[in-house]
Design a protein around this ligand. Structure first.
Ligand code: NAD
Length: 437
């Protein structure tokens, strides 16, 4: 059993903390957000993440997991302190490291004995070493520590499963003592024969950025192919299947549509471009991936406008707000930009999402209406736009929708439906990359 302090109880901190407790460790999760800690204390889970409530409840009951705003006790008692706070993007694409350095400064004074401090937040290459510098300055003279970098690869929507059975665990460290401690932390995964990739601090940090930049590029690649399919008469779904079966390419992340969003890919790609630029290198490929992704919202709006003959005065119903299904996370969700642009163009907008409506209300003080279901949202609309492929939007009853709607335009931003099927229902259907010869 390892005594762990997890600083930050967001998507990563809360999932990691709860799962480490499930591994048998004793975990105290700390957050500066008092309301969040109170919620957790009442047994409420502040984020939507399937399966997380069970893991949290089970481990709180067995007293392996606790929540507090008091950093001092939590750090003093810990053998391993994880920093899992947010690292958002600044307007120029650089990473805002304020929360990481604040946490490092705050924790330093409470260290005692020997502690491994682990940088889990995604942060540019060199950050872990800078965090070590901050801690060395602020720690009590007799406290010893090592720094480690342990980037996280979980995906929102399947975070618990991803954490419990990762493809690999990456640990950057500089001493055997730190590596051995991290081995104890991840012991249950060693027993499952999970590959543990042991690297330098810098390589661990870069593995996270390189992985996300690669995934972003793969998504933008298939979206570029979708565009060329539309121009040439090929169908991107068929092309993706034919490509993906090649073992060298792989099937995943070859789904054309409106592109990637969320709290990771966009900001991590921007951060990597920025880091390269600062050192005089223009990261051409990654910048192109970023640009292609950005343009996809414009393309969705063009398709909508074409179908409707202009946007001004039109009633548009949006199905899905979260950046992907099974999460309530709206950070960098395409829906935000779509709504913004529609309102700017003079359209009326009604939105519906099974779990992200409350976050949307908070994030965007926009004059939109909120629906109660897909059908109620579609009532009287000129067009329907499917933005997030929640399961409940995968089997829509188009006969019913046609009767409820005023118009018949349907823009499917996730290629959920087939053009043949939709055309038979009388809808003017637009999707991505399904060209007509
Ligand atoms: P988040 O915004 O959901 O949560 C961050 C939490 O840290 C908040 O609750 C905030 O109150 C807390 N916090 C900030 N400063 C603090 C401090 N000094 N002390 C205690 N708590 C503090 O962020 P997230 O989505 O969990 O992401 C955390 C990190 O993990 C980021 O670097 C992100 O890039 C990375 N990451 C995220 C995901 C993901 O799917 N969300 C996946 C992999 C990696």
């Amino acid at each position: 059993m390892v005594r762990i302090c997890m600083i930050g109880t967001g998507y990563v901190g809360l999932v990691s903390g709860a799962c480490f407790a499930d591994f048998g460790h004793s975990v105290t999760c700390v957050d500066i957000d008092q309301a969040r800690i109170e919620e957790l204390g009442r047994g409420e889970i502040p984020i939507y993440e399937p399966g997380l409530k069970d893991v949290v409840t089970r481990n709180v009951q067995s007293e392996r997991l606790g929540f507090t705003t008091r950093l001092d006790d939590a750090v003093r008692d810990a053998q391993v302190v994880f920093i899992a706070v947010g690292t958002p993007a600044l307007p120029d694409g650089a990473t805002d490291l304020k929360y990481v350095f604040d946490a490092a400064r705050d924790l330093a004074g409470h260290l005692s004995g020997y502690t491994v401090v682990v940088q889990k937040s995604t942060a540019p290459v060199g950050t872990a070493r800078r965090v070590a510098g901050v801690i060395a300055e602020g720690k009590p003279g007799d406290a010893e520590f090592d720094i480690a970098s342990n980037p996280e690869f979980l995906r929102e929507g399947s975070a618990v499963g991803d954490f419990m059975r990762p493809d690999r665990v990456v640990v950057g460290a500089e001493t055997d003592r730190a590596r051995e401690t991290m081995e104890q932390v991840y012991r249950p995964l060693y027993l499952l024969e999970t590959p543990i990739v042991s690297t330098s601090l810098e390589s661990a940090e870069m593995i996270k950025y390189a992985s996300n930049a690669f995934l972003a590029t793969k998504i933008s690649f298939i979206n570029e192919m979708a565009r060329i399919c539309e121009l040439t008469g090929a169908t991107v779904d068929e092309v993706a299947r034919g490509m993906g079966l090649d073992g060298r390419i792989g099937k995943k992340f070859l789904h054309a549509g409106i592109g990637y969003g969320g709290s990771c890919l966009p900001k991590d790609v921007s951060s990597l471009i920025h880091a390269a630029g600062e050192r005089g290198y223009d990261a051409t490929l990654i910048r192109a991936a970023h640009r292609i992704n950005h343009e996809l919202v414009d393309r969705a709006l063009e398709k909508l406008s074409r179908g409707l003959g202009g946007l001004s005065g039109k009633a548009v119903a949006l199905l899905g707000l979260a950046f992907k299904p099974n999460t309530d996370d709206l950070r960098e969700a395409p829906a935000l930009r779509i709504v913004h642009e529609l309102l700017k163009a003079g359209a009326r907008v009604k939105v519906y999402d099974p779990v992200a409506m409350e976050n949307f209300r908070r994030a965007m003080k926009a004059p939109v209406e909120f629906g109660k279901s897909a059908y109620e949202t579609a009532e009287g609309a000129d067009a329907l736009v499917l933005v997030t492929e929640w399961n409940e939007f995968r089997q829509l009853d188009f006969e019913r929708l046609k009767k409820l709607m005023r118009g018949n335009v349907f823009v499917d931003c996730r290629n959920v439906y087939s053009p043949d099927r939709l055309e038979k229902t009388g809808f003017k259907y637009e999707s991505f990359g399904r060209g007509k010869a």
